[in-house]
Design a protein around this ligand. Structure first.
Ligand SMILES: Nc1ncnc2c1[nH]c(=O)n2[C@H]1C[C@H](O)[C@@H](COP(=O)(O)OP(=O)(O)OP(=O)(O)O)O1
Length: 167
């Protein structure tokens, strides 16, 4: 049986650029990614997303301005934990991105995303995000570099997706 662990992943973007952070430590170190992490006790997923963004690059967002745009599930060979990652996007934020102990933020043109220095799965689902499509994707890894199999689908509505998932 898989044990589920929930994570957040936030992308700040506009029509031409996206903010990514170079992970300086921990899981996914030395790669570009969005901003996010695990939930703390008694925190909603949106509250965790806001907190992690602030902690990792000093930007402030309101929970109401976060749009849930996708759901990712990661499993790993011989590991009973499934990572359940809730993906959010917004272009409404306050502050200026700043380097922290965990991440070094940088803006990228949408047509110059550094996929070679990102998680291998990102190249599969970023195109959905960049076309403003909602998505649900599952990746099964051997180690952290090899995707053994994956599935990705476009969703009509995140609310309907989670309603169906909980039944
Ligand atoms: N494969 C893949 N693609 C894209 N994004 C991710 C992955 N795997 C991932 O874990 N992620 C995302 C999900 C989260 O946003 C981070 C990982 O969070 P992590 O840094 O481990 O959580 P924190 O709570 O910040 O960790 P510590 O502060 O305890 O170190 O990457």
């Amino acid at each position: 049986m898989l044990l589920k662990k929930v994570y957040t992943l936030v992308f700040i973007r506009n029509d031409t650029k996206i903010l990514l952070g170079w992970k300086k430590r921990g899981f996914g170190v030395n790669q570009w990614n969005g901003f996010g992490g695990k939930l703390e006790p008694n925190e909603t997923i949106q509250e965790a997303a806001v907190r992690e963004l602030k902690e990792e690059c000093c930007l402030s967002v309101k929970t109401a301005d976060l749009r849930n745009i996708g759901h990712l599930e990661f499993t790993f060979e011989d590991d009973p934990v499934m990572m359940d990652v809730r993906v959010f996007s917004t272009n409404m934020y306050e502050g200026v991105p700043k380097e922290t102990e965990e991440m070094c933020p940088k803006w990228f043109d949408l047509d110059r995303i550094p996929f070679d220095d990102m998680w291998p799965d990102d190249k599969f689902w970023f195109p959905y995000m960049l076309k403003n499509k909602l998505f649900y994707a599952k990746f099964h890894y051997k180690g952290f570099d090899t995707i053994l199999h994956y599935n990705i689908e476009e969703l009509e509505s995140m609310e309907d997706f989670y309603a169906k998932k909980s039944t």
